[in-house]
Design a protein around this ligand. Structure first.
Ligand SMILES: Cc1cc2nc3c(=O)[nH]c(=O)nc-3n(C[C@H](O)[C@H](O)[C@H](O)COP(=O)(O)OP(=O)(O)OC[C@H]3O[C@@H](n4cnc5c(N)ncnc54)[C@H](O)[C@@H]3O)c2cc1C
Length: 388
């Protein structure tokens, strides 16, 4: 890759920004990452780490294809990061179980299974006895479920730590700065200005997650209409192996970790940028988890937290070149940013290297010009951006 003044700057050190930086550095670019907070701490730390495009029931074909490709890339992606960092991110692709507690729910899962098989996705319907044999902690009201063989999860907090170390091992500089403004002329990006002065770059990437609409210094046509979508989660302390695989139940999902934590998530709330953990949020999660598995009631609740997903008006991320030479967007991954990290890193690096990436065409910001705002949320976001 060509070296130039400062080469590439990534703003935002979440899993998305760090994955892009790592990919570019492995291809030989000189990369700096700037964040106003602690790296790998925001949504990337708060998430559950589910790698489950089929369980998420993504309906947009282009997004589903990107998610499926990212899932395929995960083992190699994690292996490269483990090798560079010495930290194992605990990737587990041993399937995700979707439990049903009513016959109607089971019929819906059966239809979903038929669709998945039509696409060549491996999955198995389990009756009550086989489902309880697979996950004995589920409650007696279980009627069966759908097991999707290829999905799984990663420990996103370990992945974040590993990526920081992997980036440093590949000579990526990760810097903290509270004030960051992009500088550009009428045609192209020039670099960024921080509280310590100007830093030139031939390419700047906005990977600011839920705050991506607030990055200053670029023309309005380059500002993605991102809306934060709050998610609360809890962790229970359960004996290792108690829950064997990531499991969806009505109203919640449960994801085991190797250290004995069982994550239960997640609420979906429109609450602006506030990240309080609330009694109502915890109640919602515990109610869903205990209705599905009363056996969880005696375990200790060890942690509660909240994070902000980067939501977009049409549910698709903003990925690729913006209408300002050298300026790229990598944000708006909403519920699937951990899953989409490998595919995002690869295609954004391709776009920076070659000026474009065919895989990213459906995710360009230009698509906004083609549609009218759909609802009040979209109008609010667009007004906020026009004002800023
Ligand atoms: C509760 C919850 C559960 C989730 N579960 C899953 C899941 O199971 N699977 C999955 O794939 N995804 C999941 N997600 C979504 C996923 O976490 C996000 O899509 C992903 O982490 C977004 O990554 P990011 O790097 O874009 O953003 P973030 O991780 O939020 O990072 C953005 C970074 O940009 C920095 N920043 C922002 N503005 C500026 C600025 N102006 N200057 C400098 N730095 C700035 C921030 O400090 C932050 O470090 C979940 C999210 C939540 C909240």
């Amino acid at each position: 890759m060509r070296e130039a003044n400062g080469d590439v700057i990534v703003v935002g050190a979440g899993l998305i920004g760090l994955s892009i930086a790592f990919e570019l550095a492995e291809r030989g670019a000189s990369v700096r990452v700037y964040d106003r907070g602690e790296p790998a701490r925001a949504a990337s730390w708060a998430g559950a780490g589910m790698l489950a495009p089929y369980t998420e029931r993504i309906t947009n074909e282009a997004l589903l294809a990107l998610c499926a490709s990212s899932l395929q890339q995960y083992p190699h992606f994690v292996e490269r990061i483990r090798e560079a960092s010495g930290i194992d991110p605990h990737l587990r692709l041993d399937g995700v179980f979707y439990a049903a507690f009513e016959n109607e729910g089971l019929s819906t899962l059966q239809r979903h299974a038929d669709q998945l098989r039509g696409r060549g996705i491996r999955c198995t319907m389990l009756d009550r006895a086989s489902a309880l044999a697979a996950e004995p902690w589920l409650g007696a009201a279980l009627v069966g479920g759908l097991f999707k063989n290829e999905e799984g999860y990663v420990d996103n907090r370990r992945l974040g730590r590993a990526l920081v170390a992997a980036c440093e091992a590949r000579k990526v500089r990760i810097e903290q700065s509270f004030s960051i403004e992009v500088e550009c002329d009428a045609r192209r990006v020039l670099g960024i200005r921080t509280d310590r002065g100007f830093n030139g770059a031939r390419a700047v990437v906005n990977a600011c997650g839920a705050w991506a609409a607030e990055l200053r210094g670029v023309p309005p046509s380059c500002v993605p209409p991102i809306e934060p979508v709050k998610g609360q989660m809890i962790a229970l302390n359960v004996p290792a192996g108690f829950v064997r695989r990531a499991t969806w139940v009505p109203g919640a999902y449960l994801v085991p970790r190797d250290d004995g934590r069982l994550l239960v998530g997640a609420t979906v709330e429109s609450a602006g940028f506030e990240q309080r953990v609330t009694a109502e949020g915890i109640h919602e999660l515990l109610h869903a988890a205990l209705a599905a598995a009363p056996s969880l009631a005696t375990f200790t609740m060890t942690e509660t937290w909240a994070g902000l997903r980067p939501g977009t008006p049409d549910g698709l991320p903003f990925l690729g070149p913006a209408p300002l030479d050298g300026f790229f967007l990598a944000t708006g991954h909403y519920r699937n940013g951990i899953l989409l990290a490998p595919a995002t890193a690869r295609s954004i690096a391709d776009a920076i290297e070659n000026g474009e990436s065919a895989a990213l065409a459906p995710f360009g910001i230009a698509r906004l010009a083609l549609r009218e705002p759909q609802d009040d949320t979209e109008r609010r976001v667009e007004e906020r951006i026009t004002r800023s």
